[in-house]
Structures are given as C-alpha cells and as structure tokens.
Design a protein around this ligand. Structure first.
Ligand code: FAD
Ligand code: SIN
Length: 519
C-alpha cells in the first residue's frame, strides 16, 4: 500500500498532536502511532507545565529563563531558552482553548506548583494527571478535525531518503532529503510506503534503554535511531535525566513516578535510618535540580547498601495532599502505604532524554523536509539538564514553530514518485523470539550498570564493547528475519545506547547530568 499525505506526523503525544492540529489548516495530515492513540510519555506527565502568566505574582519571565539556564549547567542555548519562555503564555492559551483544564485556587487564579530548580511556584497542573488531561483534550480535537487521520498500531521502521533510491548517502552529504517513511502495520505484518511533503518526527524518549524507567514501553528511541540511520545530526545524548523519586517497587516496570511537585509541596527525603541528607549536598535541599538530587540519593544508597531512600510526607496536610496528588496517594495506598503514617520508598529511575535529533529554532533537522519536535529533538533548551516541567512546554512551543515553518514550505514541495516498495525478499519468520527479549535485557543491564548516574572510563569502554556484540548479533537477525516491532525496537535501542555511550565518552568534563568519576 502506498499513501500520500501533505504532512506525515510520526507519534501521537503532545508534540505530534499539537503540530497536527495546526498543520491541518494547510493540508492533509496523517498521524501514525505504534500503539494505542494515547499511549505516550505525555499521558503519564504528572507535575505539569511550566509557564509565567500575567497573574503569576512575584514571578517573571526573566526568573524562569535564569532557572532554566542554571539548571542546564551552562550548556543551554540562551536564545532558545528566551524563545520558549517568551512564547509560553501564547501556547498555554492554546492548550486552554483546546479544552485543557489547569487547576485554579479559590480566588480563580491558577494553583501553581513548585518543582526542583524553580525559584518560584510556576507549574500549571491538572491534579497529578496533567499529561492525561492534555492528551485526551488534544485527541478530542484531532477526532473532530476533517483534515486529520490518525492510524494506530503503525510502526515507522525507517524514513525514506535518497539512500532508498540507490544513492550513497554519508553524514556529510549535502541536501539529504526525506520523502516519507516505511511503516509496519503491526496487525498485518505488511510494510507500507507513506509519502509526504513534510515529515515530523514526534516519537518521544528512549527510557527503555535502561532497566528502570518511568517511561511507558513505547519509549524506545525509534525516531532518533531512524533519523541517525538516515544521517541526521544528533546532539546531547549523554544527558540522561534520572528522576530522583520513582516509587521503589521491585518487579514493576515502568516505575511509577512520585512527582517532584510532592517535594514542592513539602515532602522531605530521608535515608533509611531516618536522617535528612539533602542539605549536605545542596543548600536548596530536596528541591535542588534533579541531577544533584539523583546523585545524592544514589550516593546515600551506595554508602548504606540500600535499594531506596524514604520520601516523608507524614508531616503534610493529607487532605490537601489528596486534593492535588490523588493518583499518587491512591497508588501508594494500593500497595499498602498510608502516606499519613509511613514514608514512601523511592529510588532514581531513567526519566527523560535531554538530547536527540538536532534541530534549529524552527524545529528543522539537518535533513530537508524532516522536522523533529518534543522529547526526540534537541533544541538547545535543556542544555546539560532539563528544568522540571519544561518538556511539555518545549513540545508545544517547537511544534508551533515547526508548523509556521512547514506550512510556508509545503506548497513548494512535490511528492517523490519513484520510491521503491520495501524489499522483503530475504525475510523469514523468526523462530526464536527469546533472542530478541534476552538481548533487550542485556542491553538494559549494560546501560544501567555502566552508563547510569555515575560513569567511569572503564565502564564506558566496557559498555561500548558489549554493545558492539549486541549490535552485530541484532543486525544479523534484522537481515534474515521478518520485521517485527520487537526486533525494530531492539535495533533502535542499541542504536540509541551507542549514541549515549559515544557522547558520554567524548565529554571530558562533568556537567549537569553527565558525571564521570574519572573526569
Ligand atoms: P510522547 O508523548 O512520548 O509521544 C511519542 C509518540 O510517538 C507516542 O505516541 C509513541 O507511540 C509514538 N512512537 C514512538 N515510536 C514510534 C514509531 N516507531 N512509529 C510510530 N509511532 C511511534 N514533562 C513535563 O514537562 N512535565 C511533567 O510533569 C512531566 N511528567 C512526566 C512524568 C512521567 C511519568 C514521564 C514518563 C514523563 C514526564 N514528563 C514531564 C516528560 C514529558 O511527559 C515528555 O517529555 C513529553 O510528554 C514528550 O512528548 P512527545 O510528544 O515528544 O512524546
Ligand atoms: C514530575 O512530576 O516530577 C515530572 C516533571 C517533569 O519531568 O518535568
């Protein structure tokens, strides 16, 4: 099957959906997504979306800018930071127009939360299910739009460039152009060709490179791997954000998040012998930026041989807590923890990828007609460490900028008609899926052991050697077996892991989320 569409959006999280809603004024939009339509990192966002609005008393855009720059540890692109913060008010207004509701206090003002690294309360939220609220309201708008079609269970395998027409394409080749994508229908096993004038990568993060992550299973770095294979520039991959407070519950994967806003509400971290420790690491205590808190927790756990630390909410107003954090309260209760009486066991877990497909201020990648938005992109906003709740904001700001740019280009682009169908000549049915599942586990073990919160030269070297073997074995399977989402994901995870290790090895100073004990 061959499909033609003006805009092909790969991914149905906040970035892809908000782009689609706007682009649909200028042409036919096709969204493909590999799972159910709402399955995404977006759906699980708890804390909220950071913004400075006219009624944010005591706060200012300049404070938000400075907090973002400080958190990014000197590596943010200041121009991009200013763009994002300055455009936040307009993008929040759009989310509200599309139906997203953010909690207000009794006086009718937004009830703003605070998270690590923020000098003020500035996080808009919908209880502790902000992402779910945004995702469902965006999807409602998408369903009602005559120019948008959303296809679920379609897995983008590779984007199409001159390479698929037989040209030799190198990273230095000028004018690499994207013409669409090869897409696997996970229900029929067929691979379709989707041709588009504009292709938008909105595939989210890569949490499942690691053994423990807060990300849902869709987060396998597919978009970054696809773009990298097509010779796009990728940036900042060493900056993996570990959230300090994922619920410690062995066997549960993904890990359930205990929002940083809980610490913003007054919860305190303690070691298992009941001692507060964050002041020993940073004067901002439990609300220091995430890199600092995650490293502190990791150090305390290692010192004591513990698997977790405590998050203490016992002194808080539990009725008020329940009003804001009902999902977290209910989750804890469901596993026998009454937070009014007991502490919550927490440990760091992979949470966010600061790097990704390198884009400019209009979300253009280094490949013509290919845009990247949301977590799969690297805009320069986050630098070496993302400020909490800046991710949803970045997604809407850059989707808007991508839309402005792409809609001005779309009329000048024609479909490429001579794209060959996907070749399936050598594919045979995979007899031993255990080879895939086992390799995925090995990969996660390698990355968690050697490329986690603390790194060393030896660990990075070892990781690279182990990854090489996994890479060779997986490429062999890829050559021989019929394509499946599991095989494609494994290949993508290995690709992304390689990019992380290479970037971590190349960075010789410690900065933000990258900490090598030998630097
Ligand atoms: P996603 O929302 O992850 O969407 C990616 C989409 O791409 C999915 O639909 C997926 O199925 C699809 N996809 C992936 N690969 C393919 C493929 N090969 N083919 C087809 N489709 C594909 N950020 C904040 O700012 N505030 C918060 O409070 C916050 N809380 C968070 C809590 C949790 C538990 C998590 C995991 C993240 C949180 N974040 C938060 C981060 C934020 O949610 C994400 O960075 C953001 O939602 C990413 O949006 P996105 O649209 O880029 O990607
Ligand atoms: C959280 O609620 O702690 C997550 C916020 C974020 O990742 O930005």
């Amino acid at each position: 099957m061959s499909v033609k569409t003006d805009f092909l959006v790969i991914g149905s999280g906040i970035a892809g959906l908000s782009f689609a809603l706007k682009a649909a004024q200028h042409g036919k939009v096709t969204i493909i997504t590999k799972s159910n339509e709402d399955e995404s990192n977006t759906k699980y966002a708890q804390g909220g979306i950071a913004a400075v609005l006219p009624d944010s008393s005591g706060d200012s855009r300049e404070k938000h800018i400075q907090d973002t720059l400080i958190c990014g540890a000197g590596l943010c692109n200041e121009k991009v930071v200013r763009i994002v913060v300055n455009e936040s008010e307009a993008r929040i207004a759009e989310l509200v127009k599309w139906g997203a509701e953010f909690d207000k206090d009794k006086t009718g003002h937004y009830d703003l939360a605070r998270e690590g690294g923020h000098s003020e309360h500035r996080v808009l939220h919908h209880k502790d299910i902000t992402g779910l609220e945004i995702e469902r309201k965006l999807l409602q708008q998408i369903h009602n739009h005559p120019n948008i079609t959303i296809h679920t269970h379609l897995f983008a395998v590779d984007i199409i460039t001159q390479h698929h027409l037989g040209a030799i394409v190198k990273r230095s080749t000028p004018g690499i152009t994207c013409y669409g994508a090869y897409v696997l229908d996970t229900r029929t096993g067929k691979i379709n060709t989707m041709l588009a004038k504009i292709i938008v990568m909105a595939t989210g993060g890569a949490g499942h490179v690691y053994k423990t992550t807060t990300n849902p299973v869709i987060a396998t770095g597919d978009g970054i791997a696809m773009a990298y294979r097509a010779m796009a520039k990728v940036n900042g991959m060493e900056f993996i954000q570990f959230h300090p407070t994922a619920l410690y519950k062995p066997g549960e994967n993904p890990s359930f998040l205990i929002s940083e806003a809980v610490r913003g509400f007054g919860a305190v971290l303690r070691t298992t012998d009941d001692k507060e420790f964050m002041q020993n690491y940073d004067e901002r205590g439990s609300l220091a930026p995430r890199d600092i808190v995650a490293r502190a927790i990791d150090s305390e756990m290692k010192k004591r041989g513990d698997d977790f630390v405590w998050l203490d909410c016992r002194h808080l107003n539990i009725e008020k807590f329940k009003e804001h954090f009902l999902t977290i309260y209910a989750k804890c209760l469901s596993i026998g923890i009454d937070i009014a009486k007991e502490c919550i066991p927490v440990a760091p877990a992979q949470h966010y990828l600061c790097g990704g497909i390198q884009v400019d201020e209009n979300a253009c990648s280094s490949i013509r007609n290919l845009y990247a938005v949301g977590e799969c992109s690297s805009t320069g906003l986050h630098g070496a460490n993302r400020l909490a709740s800046n991710s949803l904001l970045e997604a809407v700001v850059f989707s808007h900028r991508a839309y402005l740019h792409a809609s001005s280009m779309v009329t000048e682009i024609s479909y490429r008609e001579d794209i060959p169908d996907w070749s399936t000549v050598t594919s045979r049915q995979s007899a031993e899926l255990v080879l895939i599942t086992q390799s995925r586990k090995e990969l996660q073990e390698i990355m968690s052991s050697y490329v986690g919160i603390f790194r060393s030269d030896m660990r990075l070297k070892r990781a690279l050697e182990r990854l090489r073997l996994l890479y060779l074995e997986t490429e062999e399977l890829y050559e021989q077996w019929e394509l499946s989402p599991k095989l494609c994901e494994l290949r993508n995870l290995i690709n992304v892991a390689y990019l992380i290790v290479k970037a971590a090895t190349a960075r010789t100073e410690n900065c933000g989320l990258h900490y090598n004990v030998d630097n």
